[in-house]
Design a protein around this ligand. Structure first.
Ligand code: UTP
Length: 299
């Protein structure tokens, strides 16, 4: 069998961001900055670092600023040149040259599965990656999360979902996977027998949650096209992956790295602090500030 390579990624970013209102009334949550870089730029960087060549961002009518962010900005560029700010000029130009980025609009926010379906003609008959627009993974200098999944795909030539263990109280917020033999037994990879979206913790098949990174075969579109709304009245990607499992193997991979849900207020605050602590220009002063703050909290 000819090995198929994954060259395209889809970043669904057309959700309403209701958990982050009012900030997301006019600003997409994918553009909220973690320190000084918009969330979606971290995700595009992870795709590029994983070897992806073409990226499709699923947007809506409220998300023009994402397109502007990855475009040239001639007025800003010429002002930076005029004022001798070459470092900033290079940084701005580099963003516009990160990758070949395309956009398509999801006309109604009918759910993640529906957003992915909007990518059908861009993807065609190829395997592809999905990276949620509000999930960032800090890999502390190690392999990017998507790259880890792509390596598994390369091996198994079948769909792979990125998972990590979540605390019991968070199970009902995620898609939860069911491994064939009940648990991950070989390395960090396992074949799946089922999957369920946002189960009650007492009904969940475990605590391995799908966290924002997928590699999917194009056959997923056959199921998405006919998918009925599921949890929350939305067209759920999880429900279609579950159907895909009947005709093809689907694997989960417990990826390395710390994942933050930036669409959640607490997740956003944690990401901001952690990413700032990794920055040379901020880490010493933030470290001291946090230590002093903790002392005032203890008293
Ligand atoms: P979320 O469920 O986290 O996004 O979807 P949301 O619907 O914006 O969240 P809240 O609950 O209202 O705060 C995960 C990803 O899928 C995208 C989102 O933009 C996010 O990046 N998404 C979700 C779409 O593109 N379209 C949709 O219809 C739903």
């Amino acid at each position: 069998m000819r090995k198929r390579q994954v060259k395209k990624a889809v970043i669904p970013a057309a959700g309403l961001g209701t958990r982050f209102l009012p900030a997301t009334k006019a600003i997409p949550k994918e553009m909220l900055p973690i320190v000084d870089i918009p969330t979606v730029q971290y995700i595009v960087q992870e795709a590029v670092d994983s070897g992806i060549e073409e990226i499709l961002i699923i947007t809506n009518s409220n998300k023009h600023c994402m397109e502007n962010h990855f475009d040239r900005s001639y007025e800003l560029e010429s002002r930076l040149v005029q004022s001798g700010k070459t470092e900033e000029y290079d940084m701005i130009c580099n963003i516009a040259n990160m990758a070949n980025i395309y956009y398509v609009r999801q006309k109604e926010p009918k759910g993640l599965g529906h957003a992915i379906l909007c990518a059908k003609s861009f993807i065609g008959d190829e395997p592809f990656a999905v990276m949620l627009g509000d999930d960032v993974v800090e890999n502390h200098g190690g392999k990017p999360a998507l790259k880890q999944l792509l390596e598994v795909y390369d091996d198994v030539q079948a769909s792979v979902v990125g998972v990590q263990k979540v605390p019991e109280e968070d199970i009902s917020k995620y898609g939860i996977v069911e491994p064939v033999n009940g648990k991950i037994s070989v390395g960090r990879r396992v074949q799946l027998s089922s999957m369920v979206e946002k189960p009650k913790k007492e009904e969940a098949p475990g605590n391995l949650a799908v966290l924002g990174r997928y590699v999917l075969t194009p056959e997923i579109f056959d199921y998405l096209e006919n998918q009925e709304p599921g949890a929350g009245g939305e067209i759920q990607l999880t429900d279609s992956i579950k159907k895909l499992m009947i005709s093809q193997a689907v694997y989960a991979y417990d990826f390395e790295g710390t994942r933050y849900d930036v669409g959640d207020k607490f997740g956003f605050i944690k990401a901001t602090i952690e990413y700032a602590l990794e920055r040379e220009e901020l880490k010493a002063s933030l470290h001291k500030y946090l230590k002093d703050l903790v002392q005032t909290l203890d008293t």
